[in-house]
Write a protein that binds this ligand. Structure first.
Ligand code: HPA
Length: 274
């Protein structure tokens, strides 16, 4: 079982290595409606997921489904343009397959982006929230099952999943470039339902500032595999008590695209110092 899984990842890694002309240390995962970052990338290779051995295929509108090797602000990057969500029906090891592949490719740093609903009353639609920490509310964990001790520890320490160094760097670059940023705790849930008003309220009381349907499983595996992680949410709708919006997927995509220039700027500014 473990060996089978390792061999699958190894086959994917081998295929990608055979195509790679660069050796990035940074991987970027683009969330819902945030694919516009790719316009700024000097693309060297763009591979549809369907062409990559053992790679899953994404099913959600707004998630494109290509792996990009290129340069962003002159820094070599690999970009996952379209992620895999638990609500699509994929098991957790498929949701986090790209992170296992990134580790195999020698990626050291991971940038995760997502669209999220904001519960913190100081948040506005279009805000960027730097993720300081997360609450895993999926009701499961991608590391459940026999542990492969060659990849990471049975009981990972989670005291600093989101690199304090990178959070500091993000604040520094945001300030220098007049980009308004928030910071907070991300609650990861399965979806696909958006939250009821009672759920938004409950999650806020539990200590979360924003809620979304991704990122947490990916951060767990990337952290387990030893990557330094930076993550942020674009707040696309509000679950603030008394002003819960009727979020739709289209509104989420539209709100994400208005925040896109700032998030692109922030990532570009951070990259050379990551
Ligand atoms: N809830 C969960 N996931 C989301 C939301 C939300 O309000 N907005 C964007 N992704």
């Amino acid at each position: 079982m473990l060996e089978e899984k390792r061999n699958k990842v190894a086959e994917t890694v081998q295929y990608l290595k055979s195509r790679m002309t660069i050796h990035p240390e940074v991987a970027i995962v683009l969330g819902s409606g945030l694919g516009g970052l790719t316009k700024d990338i000097q693309i060297l290779d763009e591979i549809p997921y369907a062409d990559i051995p053992n790679f899953p295929v994404s099913t959600v509108p707004g998630h494109k489904g290509t792996l990009i090797f290129g340069k962003l602000n002159n820094v070599e990057v690999v970009v996952l343009n379209g992620r895999f969500h638990y609500y699509e029906g994929y098991p957790m090891d498929v949701v986090t397959y790209p992170q296992q592949v990134f580790a195999g490719l020698g990626i050291k740093k991971l940038v995760l982006s997502n669209a999220a609903g904001g519960m913190n009353p100081t948040f506005k639609v279009g805000d960027i929230m730097i993720i300081r920490d997360h609450i895993n509310f999926f009701g499961t964990n991608p590391l459940i099952g026999p542990n492969d001790d060659t990849l990471g520890p049975r009981f990972p320490n989670m005291s600093e999943v989101y690199s304090h160094r990178l959070i500091r760097l993000a604040h520094e670059k945001a300030k220098a470039n007049n980009i308004y940023v928030q910071e907070g705790v991300y609650m990861g849930v399965t979806g696909p339902c958006f939250e009821t008003p009672a759920e938004y309220r409950a999650y806020y009381i539990l200590g979360a500032d924003a809620v979304g349907m991704s990122t947490v499983p990916e951060a767990i595996i990337a952290h387990y595999r030893g990557m330094e992680i930076f993550a942020f949410s674009v707040i696309t709708d509000l679950g603030v008590v008394g002003q819960v919006m009727e979020a739709t997927h289209e509104e989420v995509l539209a709100a994400a695209s208005t925040a896109e220039p700032n998030m692109v700027k922030l990532i570009k500014e951070m990259l050379p110092e990551m």
